[in-house]
Ligand binder design. Structure first.
Ligand code: ADP
Ligand code: MG
Length: 366
């Protein structure tokens, strides 16, 4: 397979006490019986207050690298450290804590919830993790919307805002927990030139307070704003939205409530039961899902633990997708935009079908 990312020459030269250190990071995916080495011993160091740009074309491993830095994806080898903490060896509550308090994520295509106002979208991470009262979360969201220049758009819903404004809301949401690291995946990808400029300017303004901002882009317009550029190689295979096949026997659990979430699942055959495990040991069934339907997207996309469990009802065959691969799958469907994702990990809603997906068509036409 092709080599993907190259470390900059100055990698690991001098390391400060609050630096982000990516060291010899390797990530390989198994896909259709062959191995794809997406990150090949990639190393770089970033200091507080820096804006780092991961520059590379589609498929060069930018989302993979951001996911490894954000503790949402385990690398094949190598390490990611923040100060004296090695993220790649963290597990359980320490990892959850890292993701919740140190990492803010700005997703490709905004990922705002269409039914919520700008302010509610920004407050979401605090509300979901119950780390602030509703009143405090909404007040904090208001401050951040002012910071990103949207004081007059607090109560607008995503559809009432321009792409640039939606991206600003997504940046504000990424900042709501006051993270040490702000990770932004192609924040200018869906924007026109003027909107892209304003988002780039916003990102450069945000680095003043000592946080590290890592931005992925295939857009060279971001380069002048960067303190550091990590060049991802351009000699990689075309990106595929296809996921990995997994089979489950009847009753077998796909994931459990509170598990770490990194993948989104699409049902190819059989049925899956979504259920909640109750404190008294009982269970509450939330839904039965059929071929063409998907589950697990919110946890995977936002980096929250699973909010419910899922098991196979009968012989179940699913494909698992990275959040990015899943997004591509959605975007491939006719007439469906990628920026209005379904709004729950569970319980599922009626429209959680992958458009144009064979399973989805079969199920829909029944
Ligand atoms: P970028 O964000 O730069 O477009 P990605 O990190 O999304 O790149 O993907 C890099 C490569 O890894 C692509 O070829 C993609 O198809 C592959 N890939 C990403 N996620 C998975 C996965 N879960 N399983 C198999 N291959 C994957
Ligand atoms: Mg990507």
């Amino acid at each position: 397979m092709t080599t993907v990312a190259r470390p900059p020459d100055d990698a690991l030269a001098e390391i400060g006490p609050r630096d982000l250190v990516v060291h010899d990071l390797v990530k390989e995916y198994e896909s259709g019986g062959y191995r794809l080495r997406v990150l090949d011993e990639l190393s770089f160091v970033a200091q507080p207050g820096e804006l780092v740009v991961l520059l590379g074309p589609s498929g060069s491993g930018k989302t993979t690298l951001l996911s490894c830095i954000g503790g949402m994806l385990a690398p094949t080898s190598g390490s990611v450290s923040l100060g004296d903490r090695e993220i790649t060896s963290m597990k359980g509550t320490a990892l959850d804590e890292y993701r919740r308090t140190d990492v803010g994520f700005v997703f490709q295509g905004f990922n705002l919830l269409a039914s919520l106002t700008a302010r509610e979208n920004v407050a979401m991470p605090l509300l979901v993790t119950r780390s602030a009262s509703r009143a405090r979360a909404m007040a904090r969201a208001g401050e951040l919307l002012e910071l990103v220049g949207l004081a007059d758009r607090m109560d607008h819903r995503p559809a009432q805002m321009s792409g640039g404004q939606q991206q600003r809301v997504a940046v504000a949401r990424g900042l709501v927990t006051n993270p040490t690291l702000l990770l932004a995946d192609e924040p200018t990808a869906n924007l026109d030139h003027i909107q892209a400029q304003s988002v780039i300017r916003l990102l450069t303004e945000l680095r003043d307070d000592g946080r590290i901002i890592v931005v992925s882009s295939h857009d060279a317009r971001l380069m002048p704003a960067a303190d550091r550029v990590v060049q991802m190689a351009d000699d990689v295979d075309p990106i595929e939205a296809g996921g990995t096949d997994i089979a489950y026997a009847p009753g077998e659990v796909v994931f459990r409530q509170n598990d770490h979430a990194s993948l989104v699942f699409v049902i190819e055959a059989g049925r899956a039961e979504v259920y909640r495990e109750l404190a008294d040991g009982g269970e509450e069934q939330l839904a039965i899902l059929e071929p063409g339907q998907y589950f697990g997207e919110l946890g995977a996309m936002l980096g929250f633990p699973r909010s419910a469990s899922v098991r196979a009802v009968d012989e179940l065959r699913v494909t698992s997708h990275s959040p990015h691969g899943f997004r591509m799958l959605l975007e491939r469907g006719d007439g469906v935009g990628g920026d209005s994702p379904p709004n729950a990990d569970a319980p599922p809603t009626a429209d959680r079908r992958v458009p144009g997906h064979p399973g989805g068509d079969a199920a829909a036409s029944r």
